[in-house]
Design a protein around this ligand. Structure first.
Ligand code: HOC
Length: 389
C-alpha cells in the first residue's frame, strides 16, 4: 500500500486510517488556534521558482556539507517525543532509515528509546541529541555524558519550551502517555486492533533516556516535570563549555535572538517555532529565515523546520539561506502509516521531489541553489512590525 502514496500528504491520509485518533492528533495538531502551524505551511506556498534556462543537469548531486560531513540531501530527521507511541518500530526505525539514506537523526530527550539503544540501531549513523534542559543539573549531566559516550556528534538545545504550549486536541482526546484505558480508548482499540496489539506486546512507553514518569500523565504534565522555566542565557554558556561537539539552539524566530546565541558561542540555530506546537501566532519560519541568515552570517549553521511537507519546500529553504531542513511530521506520517518502510517512503518522496525540482530549476548541485532561484516576499512587512524581514 505504501507504494500508492505518491506524496507526504498521501502518507498523512494513510496514517489517519491506521492510527488511533488521539495519537494522530498529537502529531498533526498544534498549539492554541493552530495559526502558526498553518502559517508555516502557507509560507512555502508563496514561493515562486525562477529557473535558469539551458543549464546541464545530468548527474545531479543533492548532497551538502553539514558540520564537515557529506549528507545525502539537506535534510535532518528532527527529534520527536514518544515515537514508539506513533508506531512500535519507533526511534530505532527512524535512526536506521537515516543511517541507511545518509542523513543525520536527532533523538529527543523525551524519546521512547534510549540513547544507547538508538546508537545500537544505527551503529554508523550521524546521531544528534536534542536536550530539554531540566532544572536538575544531575539529569542534564547524565544525558550529556551518555550522548557523548554513545558518539552523538551534535547537541540541539531546545529553547521554546520554557512551559508547555496548550494543545487543545490532546485535551479533547484525553491523551495520556501511555494511553489510559477509558471508554473512549477501548472504543479506539476496537477500531485499531493492530496498533493496540503491537503496543501491548512491545513494552511500555517509558522515556528510556529520562527516569520514567509515574502514572499516566498528560503531555502537559510531563512538560511541567521536564521543562525548566528558569532556562536562560547562562545555561547556554554552561553548555558551550561542557559540550565539545557541535551545538545548535532550536526554537529561534527572530534575527536578534539568533545573533545573540551565535555570539555566545553556539555553532548555529534551528529556525523553529516547534511546528506551531508552542507559542501560537509566532512567525512562519520561512518568513524569518532570510533575515536570520543575514543576522548570523555565512559561517553559522542555520537549519529550519515547520511546514516542510514537500521536496520543493526543501529547495526553497535551501535557496533562502538554510543549510538544511529538519522534518518531523513528514516522517511521522510515514511511520504511522507503515513503520520503518513508511519512514523510508517519506524520505524517498521528499528526495525525489527535491532532486527533480532542483534539476528543473537548472541546478545540478544542491550547493548551487541560490537566492536568485526563488522569488519570495516574507509575509512580514506589515504582519511582524518588530522584526525586520
Ligand atoms: C508536551 C510534552 O517536542 C512535542 C515534543 C515533545 C514535547 C514534550 C513534552 O510534542 O512537541
Amino acid at each position: 500500500r505504501l507504494e500508492h502514496a505518491l506524496t507526504v500528504r498521501d502518507l498523512r491520509a494513510a496514517a489517519r486510517r491506521t492510527t488511533p485518533r488521539a495519537v494522530f492528533d498529537y502529531v498533526d495538531g498544534a498549539a492554541e488556534e493552530e495559526i502558526t502551524a498553518a502559517r508555516n505551511v502557507a509560507a512555502y506556498r508563496r514561493v515562486t521558482f525562477l529557473p535558469d534556462a539551458l543549464r546541464p543537469v545530468a548527474d545531479p548531486d543533492t548532497s551538502v556539507e553539514l558540520f564537515g560531513s557529506r549528507v545525502a540531501m539537506p535534510l535532518v530527521f528532527a527529534p520527536t517525543g514518544y515515537t514508539r507511541m506513533m508506531h512500535h518500530h519507533g526511534e530505532a526505525a527512524v535512526a536506521g532509515v537515516a543511517e541507511h539514506v545518509g542523513v543525520p537523526y536527532a533523538l529527543s530527550t523525551v524519546g521512547s528509546t534510549s540513547i544507547e539503544d538508538v546508537r545500537a540501531a544505527a551503529p554508523g549513523g550521524d546521531l544528534w541529541f536534542q536536550l530539554y534542559f531540566t532544572a536538575d543539573p544531575a539529569v542534564n549531566e547524565d544525558l550529556l555524558s551518555r550522548a557523548e559516550a554513545a558518539g552523538y556528534s551534535t547537541l540541539v538545545l531546545t529553547v521554546d519550551t520554557t512551559v508547555s504550549g496548550m494543545r487543545y486536541r490532546d485535551v479533547v482526546n484525553g491523551l495520556t502517555i501511555p494511553p489510559t484505558l477509558t471508554a473512549r480508548t477501548v472504543l479506539d482499540m476496537s477500531r485499531f486492533p493492530v496498533w493496540w496489539f503491537n503496543k501491548l506486546t512491545t513494552g511500555g512507553l517509558t522515556f528510556a533516556s529520562l527516569a520514567d514518569v509515574p502514572g499516566n500523565p498528560t503531555p502537559g504534565e510531563v512538560a511541567s516535570m521536564v521543562f525548566d522555566p528558569g532556562l536562560g542565557l547562562t545555561a547556554l554558556d554552561w553548555l558551550r563549555r561542557r559540550w565539545r561537539g557541535n551545538l545548535l539552539v532550536k526554537g529561534v524566530t527572530t534575527p536578534a535572538s539568533a545573533a545573540e546565541i551565535v555570539e555566545r558561542g553556539a555553532d548555529g540555530v534551528v529556525v523553529s517555532n516547534h511546528g506551531g506546537r508552542q507559542l501560537d501566532r509566532s512567525a512562519a519560519t520561512l518568513d524569518v529565515l532570510p533575515a536570520i541568515r543575514a543576522a548570523v552570517g555565512r559561517q553559522a549553521t542555520v537549519l529550519i523546520d515547520g511546514g516542510v511537507l514537500h521536496g520543493q519546500d526543501v529547495v526553497a529553504a535551501r535557496a533562502l539561506g538554510a543549510d538544511a531542513v529538519m522534518i518531523g511530521r513528514a516522517y511521522l506520517y510515514g511511520l504511522m502509516a507503515g513503520g520503518r518502510d513508511g519512514v523510508l517512503r517519506a524520505y524517498e518522496i521528499l528526495a525525489q521531489e527535491y532532486q527533480r525540482s532542483m534539476q528543473l530549476l537548472g541546478v545540478r548541485r544542491s550547493e548551487d541553489l541560490a537566492e536568485r532561484h526563488v522569488a519570495f516576499a516574507p509575509h512580514g512587512a506589515g504582519e511582524y512590525p518588530n522584526v525586520s524581514v
